[in-house]
Design a protein around this ligand. Structure first.
Ligand SMILES: NC(=O)c1ccc[n+]([C@@H]2O[C@H](COP(=O)([O-])OP(=O)(O)OC[C@H]3O[C@@H](n4cnc5c(N)ncnc54)[C@H](O)[C@@H]3O)[C@@H](O)[C@H]2O)c1
Length: 346
């Protein structure tokens, strides 16, 4: 039985991490830390265990085998590295970290300590994305030529455990990145996963169009990101992320191949629609994706526990996700400099 500690007891910890650990018969949550101590105490009242006054104190508990890092972005690297060095396996929420150097250091420390490091890229695990990957690998739409992938909703200010324009998601110091770090990381990694190719070049614009702080000024982080990605095998396409889709969430990905088109999460009735050049149509009804208002089991926690118990590598390992993080930071550079940026991948 693995003992789990939760660092950061906000929304994602409460709707995903804690319930999914509680549901897994191979682990139990035994410790909670949050900057707001009463929030950690609330979790103890609900689930049992100990509330800690600092994350260091939680990490000092030798009986804790693994932790989830669910705090604001700027602390992901610091807490993950401290946890790995204290002998814990780590499931860190996205974005992995706020600089590429920190991402690389996290992977290095995981290797040095021999502990698992997974990043919460749940989109790779949704049933339709897994099925789409299998179909693409079986050549159903031929060679992929282009794509458009997007993730947009009306913003994090209604999601956060502390809702409103004061949310840390809008605070440059705590979030560092805006929608690119919040939603762009998901689709950037998804396109790498689906195509099996790395992103080698980006031309991007990250902008703030509408989100305002309590004083009515535009926030200091991006609320829309537009990227043209070039991948290996000469695949080119667009990745867009938005906090200003003021209507239903858009989580769609469309891939255009030499034999036809695949539309994923683009139709409420069919999670995958394949429209082939020869006129054939193949539709799959597969469980719809989690949205901010409709959460379903992500599978991330089960995979984390399985990877520890079976000592196995997974698609969510920090090492795998590094390639996508390089594309994220290159896109920020591209936007700042107003030019296309080549991405050096290993
Ligand atoms: N995988 C996903 O799809 C997904 C979805 C939502 C959020 N996230 C990520 O999860 C992390 C947490 O986001 P959330 O949605 O739970 O936000 P939230 O605002 O609901 O909660 C954040 C929690 O962290 C605590 N916190 C903030 N700054 C802290 C600090 N300096 N020290 C200690 N605790 C601190 C807050 O007290 C709060 O309890 C973020 O990195 C976010 O990007 C991932």
């Amino acid at each position: 039985m693995l003992n789990i500690g939760i660092v950061g007891c906000g929304k994602i910890a409460q709707v995903r991490h804690i319930p999914e650990y509680m549901d897994n018969k191979n682990c139990k949550v035994v410790g909670f830390y949050d900057r707001t101590f009463s929030r950690a105490e609330e979790m103890v009242q609900k689930y049992g265990g100990i509330a800690y006054r600092s994350y260091e104190e939680l990490l000092d508990n030798k009986d804790i085998d693994a932790v989830s890092v669910c705090v604001a972005n700027h602390l992901h690297a610091e807490i993950t590295i401290a946890a790995l060095r204290s002998g814990k396996h780590v499931l860190c929420e996205k974005p992995m970290a706020t600089t590429i150097e920190d991402c690389e250091l996290m992977v290095k420390v995981a290797e040095e300590t021999g502990k698992k490091l997974l990043i919460g890229h749940n989109q790779l695990l949704t049933p339709a994305h897994k099925k789409a990957k299998e179909l693409i690998d079986n050549d159903i739409i031929g060679d992929i030529l282009t794509f458009k992938t997007t993730f947009g909703h009306s913003g994090p200010e209604t999601w956060s455990i502390n809702p409103g324009a004061n949310t840390w998601f809008f605070d440059k110091d705590a979030a560092v990145m805006g929608v690119m770090g919040d939603l762009g990381v998901h689709k950037t990694d998804l396109i790498r996963f689906l195509t099996g190719e790395t992103i080698v070049e980006t031309t991007a614009r990250l902008v703030t169009l509408d989100k305002k702080d309590p004083e009515g000024r535009l926030v200091g982080v991006d609320d829309n990101a537009f990227c043209i990605y070039k991948l290996g095998n000469n695949i080119m396409g667009t990745m867009t992320a938005s906090w200003t889709y003021y209507g239903p969430e858009d989580n769609s990905t469309i891939l255009y191949g030499t034999k036809g088109i695949m539309r994923i999460y683009d139709d409420p009735d069919y999670s995958i629609k394949i429209l082939l050049h020869n006129g054939e149509k193949i539709y799959y009804e597969i469980e719809s994706i989690q949205t901010n208002v409709k959460q379903s089991k992500s599978g991330v926690i089960d995979l984390f526990i399985e990877s520890i118990i079976e000592d196995k590598e997974t698609e969510l390992s920090g090492k795998n996700i590094l390639g996508s993080m390089r594309a994220i930071f290159a896109s920020i550079e591209s936007s700042n400099k107003g030019k296309t940026v080549a991405i050096k991948q290993d």
